[in-house]
Design a protein around this ligand. Structure first.
Ligand code: SAH
Ligand code: SF4
Length: 385
């Protein structure tokens, strides 16, 4: 098996080029061909010596992800379902806005954390994506969109690791992928425009701060441990006090001077005024000085197996007002791509889900997974290097 060059950050590619007896600077040329120009074939790389192109053909390949489906929403949102083999699929979603283009990227097929309100969590965990599979989502989307939108300049200005999976439970593949996104010879995205979203894998938050500090979003969803234990099972391992301590440590390295807390609004579960008041106390009082943050309220995207409902609009507004009155910058996320099931937590994980015949299999799989207590599953499958 030859090497897939999408698996390498620039340093890795330089090391690979050295094994071929090539100078390091060749790696930069090659890297630019792949990521900036979207070349998928060594023969296109016209300024590389023919001998090098021949050598590459024998030792390496460029393997993207096959697209199973593509859906474009009325609002311009585009969702791709990519085949990652063995019946698993992951999704990436492009969200255009006036001043930016954001790509939401997946890090795992399924997820082991098992949050109650998340359809990926309900599917259980299949496997980690490789660096190349994470990068392939951006590689494909950027170069597809340039053609689709007839643009020569960069289309994707922001990446959020908010697709399927818990990125900090796939740390060793994540970090090189982030480096490809940030590299000036790659996608040249600023650290502020690349966001890792996590349900709270505390030790990995610390490592990310050391290794590759990008913007951090933390999925909070509850203002106290007993509720969060129930919604985000990982909380039993890393409770709120530890999580917020880690957020404060991260802020010393972060490219932004705040953490974004995500809070999914669940009718009658975590959306009451007392929850908002507790949340104010939590982020204001924690450790004495509080945590510098913004809070993003996410309208829950319902799916039948969750047994949960979206909070009413007036409930969301009342909640936001309590936070706002306490001086906490609060936004309510617009849902995008609703008509193509591209909104948060609606991302499908199994190719079989997409076929009528597969519906029963998918349902059976959900039932089976439900029989395994979510916490046990999370504890068993949490993989920290
Ligand atoms: N595993 C990471 C990143 C992927 S989930 C994390 O949990 O942060 C990205 C965001 O979508 C998270 O904030 C998550 O809580 C939210 N989310 C998941 N399911 C959702 C749903 N059904 N409705 C709304 N938001 C959801
Ligand atoms: Fe995993 Fe995030 Fe979904 Fe929780 S919300 S199950 S951590 S993908």
């Amino acid at each position: 098996m030859t090497a897939n060059l999408l698996d390498f950050d620039l340093e890795g590619l330089a090391a690979f080029c050295e094994t071929l007896g090539e100078k390091k600077f060749r790696a930069t040329q090659l890297f630019r061909w792949i990521h900036q120009k979207g070349a998928a074939d060594f023969s296109q790389m016209s300024d590389l010596a023919k001998s090098l192109r021949e050598k590459l053909k024998g030792a390496a390949h460029l393997q993207g992800l096959p697209v199973i489906t593509q859906h474009e929403s009325k609002d311009g949102t585009i969702k791709w379902l990519f085949d990652v083999g063995q019946g698993d699929a992951v999704e990436a979603v492009f969200i255009p806005e006036d001043d930016r283009g954001t790509l939401c990227v997946s890090s795992q097929a399924g997820c082991a954390v098992g949050c109650r309100f998340c359809s990926t969590g309900h599917q259980g965990f299949s496997r980690n994506l490789s660096t190349g599979e994470i990068v392939a989502q951006l590689w494909f989307a950027e170069h597809f969109l340039r053609k689709h939108l007839n643009r020569e300049d960069r289309v994707i200005s922001n990446v959020v690791m908010m697709g399927m999976g818990e990125p900090l439970q796939n740390y060793s593949a994540l970090v090189p992928a982030l480096r490809v996104m940030l590299d000036d010879h790659g996608y040249g995205l600023s650290r502020r425009r690349v966001t890792v979203s996590t349900s709270g894998v505390v030790p990995m938050i610390d490592r990310l701060g050391q290794d590759c500090p990008v913007a951090l979003a933390v999925s909070l969803h509850a203002p106290n441990d007993s509720l969060r234990d129930n919604l985000v099972p990982l909380n039993r391992k890393y409770p709120l006090a530890e999580l917020l301590d880690a957020c404060n440590r991260y802020l010393e390295h972060a490219p932004r001077d705040f953490i974004t807390f995500e809070y999914c609004m669940l009718d009658g579960v975590n959306d009451q005024p007392e929850h908002a008041q507790q949340l104010v106390q939590l982020v204001r009082r924690h450790g004495g000085g509080g945590v510098s943050c913004k809070i993003n309220l996410i309208p829950f995207n319902p799916f039948p197996a969750s047994g949960l409902l979206r909070s009413a609009q007036h409930q969301v507004s009342a909640f936001a007002k309590i936070l706002g009155d306490a001086g906490i910058v609060t936004t309510v996320r617009k849902t995008r791509g609703d008509d193509i099931d591209a909104a948060c937590g609606q991302l499908a994980g199994d190719v079989k889900d997409r076929t009528r015949v597969g519906d029963r299999i998918a349902q059976q799989r959900t039932v089976m997974l439900k029989q395994v207590p979510a916490a046990a599953r999370a504890a068993k499958e949490i993989q920290e290097p």
